[in-house]
Design a protein around this ligand. Structure first.
Ligand code: PAF
Length: 280
């Protein structure tokens, strides 16, 4: 696996290829990331991953500084998965000047849910992804693979690609879960042993909400409140647990049928904020 730190080196390495398949990450790779890389392998003539912890998508009080950086292990995992090229820019390579020119996603999609609780998050994500796309896929287009675990992020990226007519196919990867059902996430590493045992309660609450929605769709807000109260009673601080339409993340109603819905949740357990979702 070749490693490029600068944009020039990356472009040189990519020159012989016509359709890269790209998996952007912030490192600290787990099986979920590796599954995205494996999914990317047959989708292009070269498989590229990036590792870049993007300061722009963290709020000042969030975990940018402590975000786990596990370079050696990440390289070994990517190499073993068959990744051909790793783009790992240093901050000065990707942001040689302050990145004042930004991509602001459509507020109707990006200011709710994650964007409501993490203001500016999707501007940070869209800006870095646009820039990574320009670096990795800017010469010939290609395919980019994003996990469904970050459901709203995937929708923002899809909309960005569509609205800017980028020559990029966005492919979604299914969420990988631990045997008990906890969605794999780099932030799971922050959990204490006791919290790790409890953490599965978020995915359980989402599935239960989906199930109850199927039985009493008319009582949406009440069911969502009950689901959040249930987590609170177990010591969580939920930001949201909510049933939305898959198409636009609009508030779901009894008219929306099963197969068109997704239940999304974000909640803090101790110092760790976890997100998850479940399509139904
Ligand atoms: O999902 C992530 O890991 C990040 O938000 C991404 C897409 C790599 C942008 O920094």
């Amino acid at each position: 696996m070749l490693i490029a730190h600068t944009i020039d080196d990356l472009r040189q390495a990519l020159a012989p290829y016509r359709r890269p398949a790209f998996v952007p990450t912030m490192g600290n790779l787990h099986d979920g990331h590796i599954a995205l890389v494996e999914q990317a392998l047959p989708l292009g003539d070269v498989t590229v991953a990036s590792i870049f912890v993007n300061r722009l998508q963290f709020l000042p009080h969030e975990d940018f500084d402590s975000y786990p950086r596990t370079w050696e292990a990440d390289c070994a995992r990517l190499q073993a998965a068959g990744c051909n090229l790793l783009f790992a820019p240093r901050e000065g390579d990707l942001y040689p000047q302050a990145q004042t020119f930004k991509v602001h996603p459509d507020a109707a999609l990006a200011d709710m849910l994650e964007g409501h609780f993490r203001p500016g998050f999707f501007t940070g994500v869209a800006t870095v992804v646009m820039k990574l796309f320009a670096c990795v896929l800017g010469q010939s287009g290609g395919t980019a693979v994003f996990g469904k675990k970050d459901y709203q992020q995937l929708m923002v990226i899809r909309q960005m690609v569509r609205q800017f007519a980028l020559p990029i196919t966005v492919v979604a990867g299914e969420t990988r879960r631990a045997p008990d059902g906890l969605a794999l996430s780099s932030r799971n590493g922050y959990l204490s042993l006791q919290e790790r045992q409890e953490a599965v309660a978020l995915s359980q609450a989402l599935r239960q909400l989906a199930q109850r929605w199927g039985q009493h769709a008319g009582a949406g807000v009440e069911l969502e409140q009950q689901a959040m109260d249930g987590l609170r009673a177990r010591g969580w601080q939920p930001d949201y647990l909510t049933v939305r339409r898959r198409v636009d993340l609009g508030v779901a109603s009894a008219a929306d049928g099963v197969g068109e819905l997704v239940v999304l949740g974000a909640a803090r357990l101790g110092g760790t904020r976890l997100i998850d979702n479940w399509e139904f």
